[in-house]
Design a binder for this molecule. Structure first.
Ligand code: PLP
Length: 448
């Protein structure tokens, strides 16, 4: 059992990320104690299927002894090595090489961070350096997309377009601009993919013109699927069209694969399926499957080369104490091995089951939309299917749906927009997926 004192200690001292502090003080913490495969157990012994892989990150699932062994071996041998002063460690070098080999196109240069937010933050710094190096420092404007999420660093939160990350924080900054999302279910252009792509291209053109022309624009940021905005899947060809338009303007295209990378949508990187090679790609989460923190920025040959040539014998002033941490790298190497000896394949199979199962709930009176790709999916709840009236949040706060699912033995993400998000571990068995669907149906019935 969870002791009252632990709840009190949490209430008094632990600040939780993206949480209502006062709301949390009132409800108290739910403590997770152990996990195996796709199942987690809380402090009272209640077992739940983790339909959200922690925070869309435990792609490999819980309890892999080989990952634990890789970490402990590395800790024993060499727990830390800096990358400063041209030093390094074997796992970090090997990991960079393995990732470069698998990344799309010429994304051959890998800079390791501690997670997704600092990967995005670092990417902005590389982009600024790149344009200075190119003699175009006036290219200092950045464009991203409504409903997009790019972390909660000061810079990333401004590229993010979700109000929770803006209110009270003084972001977005003046050089951070947005265009509307493709949001297929609610797009004014309707459901037709070509019309949506045309609308997004027109919005990008208009935004660039408004900013002062392409010669002012440094980069465009896009998630292959918008995750935190409610699992918004663009129409097929959307990424390719946006990438091509940015290329035509000479604007750098950044694919933020922090959620979509490492098998979440099927292949190792969603960009491969979208048939694009971005100039820069950011990853985190599935890179180490959440066992230890790590993220990365991939730079294409021309971005890396431009920065390296401009710096010459001077240092490029971007780095962290824990860049390319050897323990994280050793874990990532083992996680990568596990993906390739079966987890990616199982994820594809389980993803098809998940989507079919969620589609079977389409007739439920509350389900307005079902969408997703691979092991990344969502259902959008409405009170009127024809009018697409969002489930009124005041009447049914997301937290209540989350708690109801929890009681039913399921962890899902309940977004305040009335969207339920799914990102289960790739190791899910058929019965795990069945449990996710059954427990979702029960939760929806109790929400009616
Ligand atoms: N970029 C995207 C697309 C994300 O989904 C996230 C986190 O969910 C981030 C960046 C930030 O990553 P982190 O939470 O590891 O800082």
């Amino acid at each position: 059992m969870l002791s009252n004192s632990l709840i009190e200690l949490d209430r008094a001292h632990l600040i939780h990320p993206v949480t209502s502090y006062r709301g949390h003080e009132a409800t108290g913490v739910k403590v997770l104690r152990s996990a195996e495969g796709a199942t987690v157990t809380d402090a009272s012994g209640h077992q739940l299927v983790d339909g959200f892989a922690g925070l869309w990150c435990v792609n490999a699932g819980y309890g892999h002894e080989s990952i634990v062994a890789a970490a402990s071996r590395q800790m024993r041998e060499l727990p830390y090595a800096t990358g400063y002063f041209s030093l390094g460690s074997e796992p970090a070098i090997r990991l960079a090489a393995e990732l470069a080999q698998r990344a799309p196109g010429d994304l051959d240069h890998v800079y390791f961070t501690l997670g997704g937010s600092d990967a995005v933050d670092s990417s902005v710094r590389f982009i600024r350096y790149y344009w200075h190096a190119r003699g175009e420092p006036q290219r200092d404007q950045f464009i991203s997309i409504e409903q997009g999420y790019h972390g909660s660093s000061t810079v990333g939160a401004g590229l993010t377009a979700l109000s929770t990350f803006h209110a009270g924080f003084g972001v977005p900054l003046s050089w951070q601009h947005k265009i509307p999302s493709h949001y297929v279910y609610r797009n004014p252009a309707g459901h037709d993919g070509n019309a949506i792509i045309a609308a997004s291209l027109a919005a990008l053109d208009a935004k660039i013109a408004e900013i002062g022309g392409p010669q002012r624009v440094a980069a465009f940021y896009a998630e292959p699927i918008q995750g935190s905005g409610g699992v918004l899947v663009p129409p097929k060809g959307w990424m390719k069209a946006m990438r091509a338009r940015c290329q035509a303007y000479g604007i750098l295209f950044v694919a933020d694969e922090v959620i979509t990378g490492f098998g979440r949508t099927g292949p190792l990187f969603a960009c491969s399926e979208d048939e694009i090679v971005p100039d820069i790609m950011t990853v985190a989460k599935g890179l180490t499957s959440g066992y230890v923190p790590m993220g990365a920025v991939f730079l294409s040959d021309h971005v890396y080369g431009t920065i390296a040539d401009a710096a010459g014998s001077s240092a490029v002033g971007q780095g962290y104490t824990y860049s390319a941490h050897p323990v994280s790298a050793a874990v990532a190497l083992e996680v990568l091995r596990l993906y390739e000896i079966g987890l990616l394949a199982n994820g594809v199979k389980a993803g098809a089951r998940l989507m079919a199962g969620l589609q079977s709930l389409k007739d439920h009176p509350l389900v307005g939309d079902v969408r997703g790709r691979g092991m990344l999916a969502a259902i959008e709840l409405v009170t009127d299917k024809k009018q697409k009236t969002p489930l009124p949040i005041a009447a049914e706060p997301a937290r209540r749906i989350f708690d109801r699912a929890w009681k039913n033995g399921l962890i899902i993400r309940a977004f305040p927009t009335g969207v339920l998000g799914y990102a289960p571990p790739l190791c899910c068995s058929d019965s795990d997926i069945e449990a996710i669907i059954e427990r979702t149906a029960k939760t929806l019935d109790e929400t009616l």
